[in-house]
Design a protein around this ligand. Structure first.
Ligand SMILES: C[S@@+](CC[C@H](N)C(=O)[O-])C[C@H]1O[C@@H](n2cnc3c(N)ncnc32)[C@H](O)[C@@H]1O
Length: 203
């Protein structure tokens, strides 16, 4: 019986699987942060689907960071983030209907957006309600049409919602939301693995 993504990832946090997952995402996240933080001064940052909060803590330590926060729908991921970093800002919420009180300059999201039932609506909501003018959204995706090595994950991980879409559809969601400078590239392609699909764009 498959479970909703946040239930699966709460179990992953409880059993320590969040840590190897974070390690596995490190290379792509470093590439994404290098791209998106370049030349940013005094920036405000949110990690959407922050898991145990490791990217929030990484960015918070950056000299030019004014604010970094994380939001995730898995209760145990957020409990873990708060236990590691009691003064950090971590919210337990569903990304489909959450928005920050004050807008930010960067929204980062690694391996999250395809778990949403309506990723197109989420991307439009980030554009409208999360980002300042000139702000950036950057997402990383390992589960996508051009990466067949990932296609068995819904069965392997017992997750009920996973949207398998081609790169063109993901890029189209950004364009339709009103983003400009939409760029996509892949990180870590090797043998049968097509790499992490990264999409970045500006409001
Ligand atoms: C593959 S994990 C990635 C976590 C983190 N970004 C990382 O790289 O370690 C996906 C995360 O998205 C969260 N997530 C999935 N669907 C969500 C939703 N509808 N609302 C909020 N969080 C969600 C899960 O709880 C999980 O922590």
């Amino acid at each position: 019986m498959k479970k909703i993504p946040t239930a699966v990832f709460s179990e992953w946090a409880a059993t320590g699987r969040d840590e190897p997952m974070a390690k596995g995402h490190e290379k792509a996240v470093n590439n994404m942060l290098e791209y998106v933080l370049k030349d940013k001064k005094n920036f405000r940052f949110i990690d959407a689907g922050c898991g145990n909060g490791w990217v929030v803590r990484l960015v918070k330590a950056h000299n030019n960071c004014a604010y970094a926060a994380g939001v995730d729908g898995a209760q145990k991921m957020i409990e873990k983030a708060q236990a590691i970093d009691p003064t950090g800002t971590y919210s337990h919420a569903d990304l489909s209907d959450w928005m920050p009180t004050d807008k930010v300059d960067i929204v980062h999201s690694m391996e999250v957006v395809y778990y949403l039932s309506d990723p197109k609506a989420f991307i439009a909501n980030v554009h409208k309600n999360w980002l300042n003018e000139g702000g950036c959204l950057i997402v990383g995706l390992d589960f996508y049409k051009e990466n067949p090595a990932s296609h068995s994950w819904p069965e392997d991980c017992g997750v009920s919602i996973m949207q398998l879409l081609p790169e063109e559809a993901w890029v189209g969601f950004f364009v339709d939301a009103g983003f400009t400078n939409v760029h996509s590239w892949r990180v870590g392609a090797k043998d049968q693995w097509a790499g992490t699909l990264v999409i970045a764009a500006v409001k």
